[in-house]
Design a protein around this ligand. Structure first.
Ligand SMILES: NC(=O)C1=CN([C@@H]2O[C@H](COP(=O)(O)OP(=O)(O)OC[C@H]3O[C@@H](n4cnc5c(N)ncnc54)[C@H](OP(=O)(O)O)[C@@H]3O)[C@@H](O)[C@H]2O)[C@@H](O)CC1
Ligand SMILES: Nc1ncnc2c1ncn2[C@@H]1O[C@H](COP(=O)(O)OP(=O)(O)O)[C@@H](O)[C@H]1O
Ligand SMILES: [K+]
Length: 495
């Protein structure tokens, strides 16, 4: 799914109005109808709950008033408040205010302290949407604080009031903290940024029929990976043999961390590779041979660390780093590896990334088909500096990917795949149960398997990250998030 900036969403709105054609107030009606249908379907507005609808004077407030009318017509009796936060009001706000006032009165809120919010109530937050131009202050900020202090269920219309939809807020901004955000058509970029988690809650999309032609015509670097958009592995030919699916090499493990090599090996096999060789220090030999009998084991000459370069020519892809440690000899090994691997697709992870952070000249020499898989701390080390906010992080990620011409998978709740063509693909699968040791090693194995099967690095990264998260979701459905381990993620892999 393509994602857009606020300015593009505004143009999308205008394009739909002109080309469908539909009047803007009817489009607002459609948005309010979709929101109300969602609300009634979820049962969050059961009649015994009091519904408070807080409206601003722009189109978000207009949505709030149209929702109020639709609820009123469905038999609910919402308490509707409007806040005078601006000199101006939007035309569609005015029309919807008049329409509502044919049914009931609204209250102009002068003092937020007087809001009779209670914990069994539902607050519909329609103060401000994507038209936010500055941080909330004054009466608006007081009202938002009052909403956040109440124990009521809060549902934001389109985007939480006070949250910028496509740029960073200041740390001390006053922003609604909803339990749910019901957003029109597409997720806003803000929903995917880690620091915004308290200002989004659970987000849901409702379809308001904005023009598909605009989506097709309008370029954007941002994508949200949904089931319809993921790359696919080619079907397996019935006459194929194990040679068809590549021979992967994993270089992983050190004394006390052979488990990382085991997890990456298992997931590489579940990723569909034809043949797998695992290079581990001598201490890992028996462990690999007994716990992953499908893999061949190449023992390093060193007892506890990886030190020995290989002839890489027979491998279709290499994954290096999980549990590898950062011993001096392993640093030298990585240097030799990079020199040798220029024509081989590779995944560089974990300790190998930390070595790269210290030996920065190696970044310039990375093979053309490289995927790096840092978590945020590892990415910060690679950059050599922290970022100011999540959007600056994205800019730096893009610069990094373009400068070194590699795919970077920045892991997290919405793992981002950044590619040298300037695109960002935010992942949609996975869950907090995966925040447990070893799940990253599982991802390395999967990505190595996909590269061995000749997927291009960008496609391999988008697909692998998606399936890895999906495997985590399957594992969480079976065991619950608390009990989930990295091995369960391996077991959850399906293609
Ligand atoms: N295409 C779609 O998806 C559709 C979108 N729709 C809806 O439209 C919403 C966007 O509406 P919108 O553009 O009218 O903006 P909205 O957020 O209501 O703000 C209004 C005004 O508030 C003001 N203001 C800003 N910041 C302020 C502050 N801190 N403190 C005080 N005032 C502040 C500022 O005016 P100013 O005071 O700067 O003159 C601004 O113009 C969108 O979120 C969705 O709900 C649907 O109806 C139909 C289809
Ligand atoms: N809250 C979360 N939601 C979704 N996925 C998560 C979450 N926390 C972690 N993950 C995923 O789990 C993996 C963790 O990788 P990493 O931090 O390298 O762990 P490790 O080094 O222990 O293997 C990543 O793929 C990440 O995207
Ligand atoms: K809102």
């Amino acid at each position: 799914m393509k994602l857009f900036t606020v300015e593009q969403i505004r143009q999308w709105d205008a394009y739909t109005i002109t080309n469908e054609p539909i009047t803007s107030v009817d489009l607002m009606e459609r948005a309010a109808g979709a929101f109300t249908e969602w609300l009634l379907r979820t049962g969050l507005a059961e009649t015994h709950r009091e519904i408070f609808i807080l409206c601003g004077m722009g189109n978000n407030g207009g949505d709030g008033l149209a929702i109020a009318r639709l609820l009123y017509q469905a038999g609910y009796r919402p308490h509707v408040y409007v806040i005078r936060h601006s000199e101006r009001s939007s035309d569609d706000f005015v029309i919807n205010l008049q329409r509502y006032e044919t049914l009931a009165k609204v209250q102009w809120l002068e003092d937020p302290q007087t809001l009779p919010l209670n914990e069994t109530g539902v607050i519909i937050d329609a103060l401000l949407g994507s038209g936010l131009t500055r941080s909330a202050s004054g009466l608006l900020a007081q009202t938002i604080k009052q909403i956040n202090a109440s124990k009521a269920e809060v549902i934001s219309v389109d985007v939480a009031s006070g949250l910028f939809a496509d740029q960073a807020n200041d740390p001390d901004d006053v922003i609604v903290q909803p339990t749910h955000t019901v957003s029109f058509q597409i997720p806003k970029l803000a929903f995917l940024q880690p620091k915004n988690a308290p200002y989004v809650g659970k987000w849901h999309l409702v379809d308001i029929g904005l023009s598909q032609a605009y989506v097709d015509l309008t370029p954007s670097p941002y994508f949200y990976t949904d089931t319809r958009a993921i790359p696919v592995l080619p079907d397996r030919e019935s006459f194929s043999n194990k040679g068809t699916f590549g021979h992967a090499l994993l270089m992983a493990g050190s004394y006390g961390k052979i488990g990382a090599a085991v997890l990456a090996s298992r997931s590489c096999l579940r990723g569909g590779v034809g043949l797998l060789t695992v290079q581990v220090p001598r201490c890992g030999y028996t462990i690999i041979q007994t716990s992953v009998p499908e893999a061949m084991c190449l023992t390093d000459e060193h007892e506890t660390e990886l030190t020995q370069p290989n002839d890489l020519s027979k491998y279709s892809a290499v994954g290096i780093g999980p549990g590898m440690g950062q011993a001096k000899a392993s640093q030298q090994l990585l240097r030799q590896f990079i020199a040798q691997a220029q024509d081989i697709p590779c995944v560089i992870d974990a300790d190998a990334l930390n070595i790269l952070s210290q030996e920065r000249d190696l970044l310039e020499q990375l093979p053309a088909k490289t995927i790096l898989t840092p978590h945020p701390k590892e990415f910060e080390r690679l950059l050599g500096k922290p970022w100011k906010d999540d959007y600056e992080k994205l800019r730096l990620l893009q610069e990094f990917s373009t400068r070194y011409r590699i795919v970077v998978v920045l892991k997290g709740k919405h793992t981002v795949v950044a590619s040298p063509d300037g695109e960002f693909h935010f992942n949609s699968t996975g869950n907090a149960g995966m925040a447990t040791g070893g799940t990253g090693d599982v991802l390395t194995g999967v990505l190595t398997a996909l590269l061995a099967q000749k997927l291009e690095p960008k496609e391999a990264a988008i697909l692998g990250v998606y399936r890895h998260g999906e495997a985590g979701d399957r594992a969480a459905a079976r065991r619950g998030m608390v009990a989930l381990t990295a091995g369960d993620v391996v077991d959850g892999l399906r293609w």
